[in-house]
Design a protein around this ligand. Structure first.
Ligand code: FEO
Length: 397
C-alpha cells in the first residue's frame, strides 16, 4: 500500500494508526487511539526517520517497499528509542541487511539493550549532518524529552523538524495527516493530556530545546504522534511553550472522592458557588471514575483546585490520594487550593489532603472544612466561603 502522503516532493509520511491498544505504555487510556509517525526521505541515500510499534511492523515495511521498490533503505535515524518508535528495528534489519542505524551514544546503549547490536551503526553528535544527496539532516541533542537519548533531526531544504515525542499528541490521524486537513482544536485536549502525563515532568528540558531551536527556520513540525503541522507550526509550538512553562489560566478543577454521595454533594455545591463567584471555567471530576491522566491534564491548564475527600480507614480516600500523587510525581508548579471533606467514625481525609498539599508547597486558601457524616446547611455555607476565597485568588493572581 502506497498512500503517497508527502511532506515535500521526496519526503513521505509512512506512519500508522493504532486503535486497538487500550493503554499507552500500558498506563494511559487511548480513548481516541494514537498514531506512530515515521517518515521516509527518498534520495540518493534513502533514510527512514523513526519506526513504529512492533505490532505495526508489516504495515511499515509494505509501505516502504511500495515507495522504494527494489531500492535499498540506507539509513534509519532513531530520534527516540522507546519501543513505540523503535519496535520495527529488527524486522527492518532483516528486510534491508545493509541498513545503517543512526543515533547518539546513548541511543545505542538503549537499542543494544532492547534488540541486540545492529551490524551497522553511525554515532552522531549535536550539530552533525547526514547528507543524503538533495537533503541534509542536522541532528540536535534534546535529552530528557522524555528519555535520556532523545534527539531531533532538522531537514534543511524543507525546514522540517522531526521532533520525536516533542509536539506530539494522542488521537489517531483519521484521514487528515496535516494541520490544514483537520480541525486542530479536536486535538488540543489529547495533546495536553499527552504532554502533561508523558513529557510534563521534563518541562525545563522542553524549554532548553526551544532555546536550541530558536534560530531554526522551522516550516513544518513532524513529531512521532499526532498531526504534522505545515500550515501553522506555531500553533503547536506555542502550546508546548506555554505548557512547559506551566503557565495557567484562571479556572478551578474540583476533584472529589465519594463513597455514598455526601462528599459529592459538597463538591457540587462548591462548584456552583465558584461559578456564582465568577470563575470562568469550573471542571468537576470524580477521582474514582475518571482516569487520573484526564484530571492531571485539566489541572495543568488552570490555577485553582478544590480537593474533597471523605475519611477512609482514618486516611485520605485512595482514589483522591492516587490523583494527588500524580501531581507530586511531576513536581507540578504552584496552584491555589481549597480543601474539604467528610468524617464519620473517624477523620483523616482532610488531614491527608493537608499533608500532601504541603508536600507540593501549594497555597491552601481559607480554612479547610471537614463536615461530620453529611454536609448540613452550616457546612455548605463554609464551602461557599471557601469557594469565594478561592475565586478571589484565582481571578486576581
Ligand atoms: Fe512515543 Fe516516548 O515514545
Amino acid at each position: 500500500m502506497n498512500r503517497n502522503i508527502r511532506l515535500s516532493e521526496n519526503i513521505y509520511y509512512v506512519g500508522v494508526n493504532d486503535r486497538r491498544t487500550h493503554l499507552f505504555e500500558n498506563l494511559w487510556p487511548l480513548e481516541h487511539g494514537v498514531s506512530y509517525n515515521a517518515y521516509l526521505i527518498k534520495d540518493q541515500k534513502n533514510v527512514l526517520i523513526d519506526t513504529v510499534e512492533i505490532a505495526k511492523t508489516d504495515h511499515l515495511i509494505r509501505e516502504l517497499r511500495a515507495i522504494l521498490g527494489k531500492e535499498a533503505l540506507h539509513y534509519l535515524v532513531v530520534n527516540h528509542t522507546e519501543p513505540d518508535h523503535s519496535g520495527a528495528l529488527n524486522a527492518l534489519l532483516k528486510e534491508w541487511p545493509e541498513l545503517c542505524v543512526v543515533g547518539n551514544k546513548v541511543t545505542f546503549r538503549f537499542l543494544d539493550g532492547f534488540y541486540g547490536t545492529a551490524p551497522r551503526k553511525m554515532a552522531v553528535e549535536h550539530g552533525d549532518i547526514l547528507d543524503t544527496g538533495k537533503h541534509r539532516l542536522r541532528f540536535y541533542s534534546t535529552p530528557m524529552i522524555h528519555w535520556p537519548e532523545t534527539m531531533m533531526s532538522f531537514e534543511e531544504s524543507g525546514g522540517i523538524l522531526f521532533s520525536g515525542d516533542a509536539f506530539g499528541s494522542f488521537k489517531t490521524l483519521d484521514g487528515g495527516i496535516f494541520d490544514d486537513e483537520i480541525d486542530v482544536r479536536d486535538y488540543e485536549d489529547e495533546m495536553r493530556r499527552y504532554y502533561s502525563n508523558i513529557v510534563g515532568k521534563y518541562g525545563k528540558n522542553v524549554q532548553r530545546a526551544f532555546n536550541l531551536l530558536a534560530d531554526l527556520p522551522v516550516k513544518m513540525v513532524a513529531s512521532t504522534h499526532g498531526p504534522v503541522f505545515r500550515k501553522d507550526p506555531d500553533w503547536v509550538l506555542s502550546r508546548y511553550a506555554r505548557w512547559s512553562r506551566e503557565e495557567t489560566k484562571a479556572g478551578v478543577v474540583l476533584v472529589y472522592g465519594s463513597m455514598y454521595g455526601h462528599t459529592e454533594e459538597m463538591a457540587d455545591f462548591t462548584a456552583r458557588c465558584l461559578k456564582a463567584a465568577g470563575v470562568p471555567r469550573v471542571l468537576v471530576y470524580d477521582a474514582s471514575k475518571t482516569h487520573p491522566s484526564y484530571i492531571l491534564s485539566s489541572v495543568w491548564e488552570y490555577n485553582g483546585l478544590v480537593l474533597a475527600s471523605p475519611a477512609y480507614n482514618n486516611e485520605l480516600f485512595p482514589s483522591v490520594k492516587n490523583v494527588i500523587e500524580k501531581f507530586i510525581e511531576r513536581k507540578m508548579a504552584h496552584r491555589f487550593v481549597a480543601l474539604m471533606g467528610i468524617s464519620t467514625w473517624s477523620g483523616g481525609g482532610v488531614k491527608g489532603l493537608n499533608q500532601l498539599v504541603e508536600t507540593l508547597g501549594w497555597e491552601i486558601v481559607g480554612e479547610p472544612h471537614e463536615a461530620k457524616y453529611a454536609a448540613g446547611q452550616e457546612d455548605l455555607e463554609k464551602c461557599r466561603t471557601l469557594a469565594e476565597k478561592l475565586a478571589e485568588r484565582v481571578l486576581n493572581c
